[in-house]
Design a protein around this ligand. Sequence first.
Ligand code: NAD
Ligand code: WQD
Length: 341
Amino acid sequence: MNKRVLITGGAGYIGSHTAVELLGAGYDVVIADNLSNSDISSIEGIRSITGRDVDFVEVDCCDREAFARVFERYEFDSAIHFAASKAVGESVSEPLKYYRNNLLSLINLVDLMREYGRRNIVFSSSATVYGEAEQLPVTELTPRKSATSPYGNTKQICEDILRDSVAAYGTLNGISLRYFNPMGAHPSALIGELPRGVPNNLVPFITQTAAGVRECLSIFGDDYPTPDGSCIRDYIDIVDLARAHVAAIERMTGGRSKSSYEIFNIGTGRGVSVKELVEAFERVNGVKVNRRTAPKRAGDIAAIWADTTLAGEELGWKAERSIEQTLDAAWRWEKRIRGLK
Ligand code: NAD
Ligand code: WQD
């Protein structure tokens, strides 16, 4: 069996951590990334952590001809598709950028996998496809809601493209992993999240505020119908999330019957409020995070967390790292990139 995996977007946050876990599990990887939202230093980080060589190709997955050369050059049976634009707010102001990049990169990948006789595709989906669910926690059978942003819509459309391609062509396997809220960094602090500009996501905003890069964290909303009035999410450690991809690849390459499409929630199964998360960060790291209550952010839902039974039963995967371990790693990563002690 060929043990190489193509990782599109593998220089990015989730892709680089997944590369580390795949290499640790005995796979080889080839990373294809156009570095539009990442830095080549993450490839060095992967090499340092694993002591393994990593093939890296700078390529835009939307450029079919250039992308095809990766298939010409490398043998692999499986691909994990991270390459996408991911800022919800920007997707509202620049929808075509999101539809073009996120849809075209997946279409090219599926098409080339088919053309070159490669079989297995893991797709990075998101809990955003559930919108505001009527019942919590959400299972994979919870109906998707109409997307509230072009970004969310691309995730729904991409899931459907993969589902329909698997059904039509008979040669592909597909797994969509619906990530909840990824956070943290590799325990070595050699790779982590590198948001450009002002972070949209909560944890990088917390770590940057603690580091003095931002003055004050705004907690969006304090009268949500939750115990402390702030929103509830399911924060999943980045290393646990990366391991879920290894489990998905193992399922697809483990001799299961061909041509199936499956969906798995990847979260902890626990809801944590914004206030609880900030307090946990302060407690674990012994630092203060300046904060204030701010108006609600448009489009936020009050609460969502995952039912992860299916991933446990079928992938044999569950989240293992504690919130304390995750917040410790997040802070050590932030300190390292800021040159703080
Ligand atoms: P990221 O921006 O750190 O990584 C994405 C990588 O893809 C970057 O390295 C970027 O340079 C690359 N890329 C983008 N367009 C490309 C293209 N056309 N060709 C080649 N490379 C391209 O983001 P991430 O947080 O690691 O997210 C990875 C995937 O997971 C994305 O699909 C994202 O939508 C999805 N996701 C992320 C989250 C999250 O909160 N981080 C949650 C749910 C789903
Ligand atoms: C988490 C909570 C905010 C920043 C988004 C995408 C989703 C997925 C993950 C890609 C919310 C609150 C945040 C801040 C705050 N990405 N918050 N102050 O919105 O759950 O999900 O990222 O697929 O698609 O929508 O994550 O980290 O932005 O926010 O109070 O400065 O933190 O209101 O309750 P979200 P987030």
